[in-house]
Ligand binder design. Structure first.
Ligand SMILES: NC(=O)c1ccc[n+]([C@@H]2O[C@H](COP(=O)([O-])OP(=O)(O)OC[C@H]3O[C@@H](n4cnc5c(N)ncnc54)[C@H](O)[C@@H]3O)[C@@H](O)[C@H]2O)c1
Length: 256
């Protein structure tokens, strides 16, 4: 049986995090060669050591820095021969603060990682994909790109902006046979939600989790693996006619 990503080269950013690590595992299981990128060196090294595979390499980089993005794309080409899949997944939740108090520097930081990071990834990866006849770029947006939420001015703004970038990139890069799509997860049961829960109510984060869960018709958070499955679908030829689209995986959160 042919694997979904047999001999495809994939770059995964935010690879040391919940969704990223699950996706690295899923891509490897489908035959990909994976450059796992994160700025958290220790967590990244631990992940790659645990995988014990010649098909994965770690690369430490800050996705918001153009020279470091050039570095990870060049490394994928040098080690694996090119780039077929770019999963621009790294992101930060930022501080939870009322809008009138939101620190300017924090707003800039969140937009640099969540919006400029994927732009730089597209700029560098798309020409490499074109050399191999095309490819697939997938970004991790969020239902935070579809709805507002109090206290999260930077994160909500960043994910809305990211969807605009995806639509524009899809139009421009179609001529290179490069597809560009976004995943919009609802709450995922991992570190990022723990941070948002704790920031929202330091004395009672469980109550915040219960409140979010109550807004999900399916009555639970997502597992990292469920988002990785969507990333695999969008990375592979199974989604060959989809571009510029937002794929929601939220247990029904944005239906109401
Ligand atoms: N957890 C959720 O509920 C949820 C919901 C919707 C969307 N998302 C999005 O999913 C993506 C992955 O997040 P996650 O849920 O796995 O959380 P996570 O915090 O576990 O993973 C994020 C990873 O990105 C890395 N990272 C952050 N800034 C970076 C930078 N400048 N350069 C390189 N690496 C950087 C972190 O080190 C971390 O390993 C993010 O874009 C996030 O916004 C998460």
């Amino acid at each position: 049986m042919k694997l979904e990503l047999q001999d495809r080269v994939a770059i995964v950013t935010g690879a040391a995090g919940g969704i990223g690590a699950a996706t690295v595992r899923r891509f490897l299981a489908e035959g990909a060669k994976v450059l796992a990128v994160d700025r958290a060196r220790d967590a990244l090294d631990a992940l790659v050591a645990s995988l014990d595979s010649k098909s994965v390499r770690a690369f430490v980089a800050d996705v918001s820095k153009a020279d470091e993005v050039r570095g990870y794309v060049d490394a994928a080409v040098a080690h694996f021969g090119g780039v077929d899949v770019m999963f621009a997944n790294a992101g930060v939740e930022g501080l939870v603060r009322p809008l009138v108090e939101f620190p300017e520097a924090e707003f800039d930081r969140v937009l640099a990682v969540n919006v400029k990071g994927p732009l730089l990834a597209m700029q560098r990866a798309a020409p490499e994909m074109a050399k191999r006849g095309g490819g697939s770029i997938v970004v991790t947006a969020s239902i935070a790109g579809l709805i507002g939420s109090p206290g999260m001015a930077a994160y909500i703004t960043s994910k809305h902006a990211l969807l605009g970038l995806v639509k524009t990139a899809a139009i421009e890069l179609a001529a290179m046979n490069v597809r560009v799509n976004a995943i919009a997860p609802g709450p995922v049961d991992n570190r990022m939600m723990r941070s948002l829960e704790a920031q929202s109510a330091p004395d009672n984060p469980e109550a915040v989790k219960a409140g979010f869960t109550a807004q999900v018709p399916m009555g639970r958070y997502a597992r990292n693996e469920e988002i990785a499955e969507m990333a695999l679908f969008l990375a592979s030829a199974r989604s060959s006619y989809s571009t510029g689209a937002v794929f929601v995986a939220d247990g029904g959160f944005v239906t109401h």
